[in-house]
Design a protein around this ligand. Structure first.
Ligand code: GDP
Length: 329
């Protein structure tokens, strides 16, 4: 009821961890019974969102994401900031199992009073987890966190989706192993505001320097994401906790630069619009295919095209006419 909702929002805004955890569980729930309440909660917190710096970080398994986030998160805490980490875990398309794993990840950060870590397990399809991450991010903002980090593995759609919900998107890479080229090939570079090459320690110095040069060259050739920001390539050793402060400085520079030009606000607006656009399309398709008559007609048409009884173009015309005749008359 209204009184509990109000109380939940009040407690959330005080930054109560237990309330935040409970609110997240509610928002994550797929149970129809929880839908009205979670919708109300999200509506109620909207005025208190938007105040955090939203960071996205991606990298292949083993790149050192959790080691980096541990060092980076502790640094932010030393700067007096409260940090939330939302770890989107798309399950492996091959094994179906968790990719991030959570046994020994970020142990120091997990114990810190000023930090909150939340794994988001896969819901079976890849889009699901990152979808919910956006709403969990809003809850963290209402709870007063200064920096919200959404972490994801470089698999499928999740990178694009995370890039579409944060202010600053960081690609964590390692040198060698041909991984360097993959980042460039996959279109990841177009999304990255910062490229960080991790494991710049021990015998890796030379290969890291080569990789750095390669990324810098690639970034100079590519079309810029924002006119006012040239993506930077930085190196660090998450293990030895070197180069972490410089990364925070670069993130701060990025934020200052995009805030000054008014770009950050526009980016956030566009992200919300894009999100609604995409969801609306999915919803429309979902509603259409939920109609038994349409689904049957669609399947028949597919079969006819398969048998060469109809050209694909005519098949499309039939489907279009069916939709117009049945639903738009
Ligand atoms: P994640 O899968 O991306 O979260 O990677 P982890 O943080 O679990 O790290 C994978 C492995 O790389 C672990 O054995 C880490 O100890 C190691 N590692 C992480 N960062 C560094 C680093 O800066 N230097 C070196 N040499 N090893 C690192």
């Amino acid at each position: 009821n209204a009184a509990t909702l109000e109380d939940t929002v009040r407690r959330l805004r005080l930054g109560e961890r237990a309330t935040l955890a409970k609110a997240m569980t509610l928002v994550e729930s797929n149970h129809p019974r929880h839908q009205p309440l979670s919708t109300q909660l999200l509506d109620a917190i909207m005025p208190f969102t938007g105040n955090a710096l939203r960071l996205g970080i991606t990298g292949t398994p083993g790149a050192g994401k959790s080691t980096f986030l541990e060092a980076f998160g502790m640094l932010l805490i030393r700067h007096g900031l409260r940090v939330a980490v939302i770890a989107v875990d798309p399950s492996s398309p091959v094994s179906g199992g968790s990719i991030l794993g959570d046994k020994t990840r970020m142990t120091e950060l997990a114990r810190a009073e000023s930090a909150f870590i939340r794994p988001v397990p896969s819901s079976g399809h890849l889009g699901g987890a990152s979808q919910r991450a956006r709403e969990l991010m809003l809850l963290c903002e209402a709870a007063g966190f200064d920096v919200v980090i959404v972490e994801t593995v470089g698999v499928g759609q999740s990178e694009t989706e995370v890039a579409g919900m944060v202010d600053c998107f960081i690609s964590l890479q390692i040198a060698g192993g041909g991984d360097d080229l993959q980042g460039i090939k996959k279109g990841l570079m177009e999304m990255a505001d910062l490229v960080v090459i991790n494991k710049d320690d021990g015998e890796n110095h030379t290969s890291v320097a080569i990789a750095r040069h390669m990324y810098e060259s690639a970034l100079h050739i590519l079309r810029r994401k924002y006119d006012e920001w040239q993506p930077r390539v930085l190196t660090c050793s998450a293990l030895e906790k070197r180069g972490i402060e410089e990364i925070w400085q670069a993130i701060t520079d990025f934020k200052t630069c995009l805030t000054a030009s008014g770009r950050l606000e526009k980016v956030r607006q566009q992200q919300a619009v894009d999100w609604l656009h995409q969801q609306a399309e999915e919803e429309a398709l979902h509603l259409l295919f939920a109609r038994a008559d349409f689904d049957r007609y669609f399947q028949q048409t597919l079969q006819a095209v398969k048998n060469n009884d109809l050209s694909p173009r005519t098949g499309l015309r039939h489907i279009s006419e069916f939709i117009q005749h049945h639903y738009f008359q």
